[in-house]
Design a protein around this ligand. Structure first.
Ligand code: FAD
Length: 488
């Protein structure tokens, strides 16, 4: 019997554990260790943040789901990995600390044959002074609790506008190196939509504040898309969404501080500026969860498993090289640790070799460049191929040195539907596909991507599709009939 431990129950981990259990059945054990009580469909938190969905609509409890599937659920967080074993045993294990199930604070060693580290991002509000809903004054939509709080705060802002006050609304990126520009862009469009449909847009001064070099970079160096028969840069496509709504934008901005009234940022030109706000949603920097790693003799080998930002080292080419020499081949194909080959890191948990966007540094030495996105679709696909590879090794169809299923972000496409306002008759979304996610300049010398598969289309149909996808992905995540037939 093989024992597979999956750390995390987000898009990557949940996908991996569901397929592993389906394919391996009762003969093998699948254990999920996660501090989460609920699965949440993170993309729909945008709609929670504007009051169009309740947290209950975007989440479900994991315990029942895993019980039904025969997956062991440990409501705990992983603390350390011991890939060589320890205490006289060669068997690798992880140390976990319970946060629920009546065992709060208790630690346990969980041994494994295969480890899937799908711990996603830790939200690092602490990297920007004054940022975030807990110790700061800005809101977030990164999880359902934050999004629900954001909606509460947005209602206060709306009430003030209804009472005749003008309000400054700033939405965007709260750190010079943060990613998730797509989510911030979606949120600003949805906030505008809610304000506009209440007839209050004259009272709202809305600004998109971002570390992107150009609007529409989306942390993937922007793209050229086929749109209405023309080849259009995402800069024009995205700016037109903002301009049509009279939303102003500030680009190339690295936010370093927030207080109760203002957001402070440095520009790529090296100037220090500030912008006042009444309501602000700014995405924080991300890091790994801060797991430690130890060798069999107890020596600290954290730097052998993780980059300093806490993301896991995998089969990527991490050799430092200038932007001009970056290649599609730098990106990992099987998200497998190069030494401890029974450890995998799908989704946001793996350390990217470098950014996708061209990096820029201000004259003051501040790097202002978005970290690479690992969005839902690639995270799900990576979770699935990790499950396929582990299954094949267990069934003797592959070895850890010769894995067959691959999911390089430089060889896979992604579809993303950017909601621009909720509503079955007056809603709107931009449906975008890019192929590949990371540009391949060798294969596509002109635009870095295939124009056949890199497209964008705004319209009401996009909203219906996004709405449908919310239910489809929750159906899949809940393990409802034929869930495995639905795409990642
Ligand atoms: C507001 C918002 C909107 C978005 N919209 C879209 C969209 O429209 N389309 C799209 O493709 N992508 C979207 N994304 C991105 C998408 O949500 C992420 O790409 C995806 O969630 C990443 O999956 P993941 O499994 O790597 O991480 P997560 O989904 O964050 O899961 C990480 C898991 O690890 C667990 N964990 C954390 N620490 C530990 C620990 N120490 N031990 C064990 N477990 C741990 C967490 O509890 C969680 O269960 C959006 C993101 C945000 C924030």
């Amino acid at each position: 019997m093989a024992k597979i431990v999956v750390l995390g129950s987000g898009i990557a981990g949940h996908t991996a554990s569901a397929y592993l259990k389906k394919w391996l059945g009762k003969k093998h054990e699948v254990i999920v260790v996660t501090p989460a009580e609920y699965y949440q469909f993170t993309p729909s938190n945008i709609w929670v943040g504007v009051g169009r969905m309740k947290p209950e609509q975007v989440r479900f409890r994991l315990e029942e789901r895993y019980k039904k599937a025969g997956i062991v659920y440990k409501h705990a967080k992983a603390v350390s990995i011991h890939p060589e074993g320890g205490d006289g045993s060669d068997r690798p294990y992880v140390t976990i600390e319970y946060v629920g199930q009546g065992k709060e604070g208790q630690t346990e060693k969980v041994d494994y044959d295969f480890l899937v580290n799908a711990t996603g991002p830790k939200l690092r509000f602490d990297k920007t002074e004054g940022l975030g809903p807990d110790n700061g004054t800005t809101v977030s939509v990164c999880n359902f609790e934050h999004a629900s709080h954001a909606w509460k705060k947005l209602q206060e802002t709306i009430k003030k506008m209804e009472a005749g006050e003008n309000q400054n609304i700033v939405i965007g990126i709260g750190h010079p190196g943060a990613t998730c520009q797509g989510a911030a862009f979606e949120y600003i469009l949805n906030v505008y939509h809610e304000i506009d449909r209440r007839g209050l847009s004259d009272r709202a001064n809305i600004t998109f504040l971002t570390n992107e070099y150009e609007i529409g970079d989306f942390a993937m160096g922007g793209a050229y898309i086929k749109y209405g028969g023309y080849i259009t840069p995402t800069k024009v496509f995205t700016e037109s969404f903002l301009a049509e709504r009279e939303i102003r934008w500030i680009k190339r901005a690295g936010v370093y501080k927030v207080d109760k009234e203002k957001i402070y940022y440095e520009t790529l030109a090296g100037e220090y500026k500030e912008i006042p706000y009444d309501f602000a949603m700014l995405i924080p920097a991300f890091s790994g969860p801060g797991l430690k790693a130890y060798a069999k003799d107890g020596g600290d080998i954290t730097d052998k498993l993780f980059k300093p930002n806490g993301f896991m080292i995998v089969d990527a080419d991490y050799t430092p090289k200038p932007y001009e020499e970056w290649s599609a081949d730098d990106w990992p194909e099987v998200v497998q640790h190069p030494t401890y080959k029974n450890i995998f890191a799908p989704g946001i948990a793996f350390a990217p070799p470098h950014t996708i966007s061209k990096p820029f540094t201000s004259p003051n030495g501040t790097k202002i460049v978005p970290a690479p996105p690992r969005t839902g679709m690639p995270s799900g696909v990576m979770g699935k191929i990790v499950a396929q590879n582990i299954r094949d090794v267990i069934k003797g169809k592959a070895t850890l040195d010769n894995l067959k299923h691959r999911a390089s972000m430089a060889k896979m496409g992604a579809a993303c539907i950017v909601s621009a306002g909720y509503g079955m008759t007056n809603g709107m979304a931009a449906t975008m596909t890019v192929y590949p996610i990371v540009q391949d300049w060798k294969k596509y010398p002109e635009y870095g991507r295939s124009l056949r598969y890199t497209i964008g289309e705004p319209g009401l149909a996009g909203h219906w599709l996004k709405w449908f996808m919310h239910y489809m992905f929750l159906h899949k995540a809940k393990g409802y009939p034929f869930w495995w037939l639905l795409p990642e």
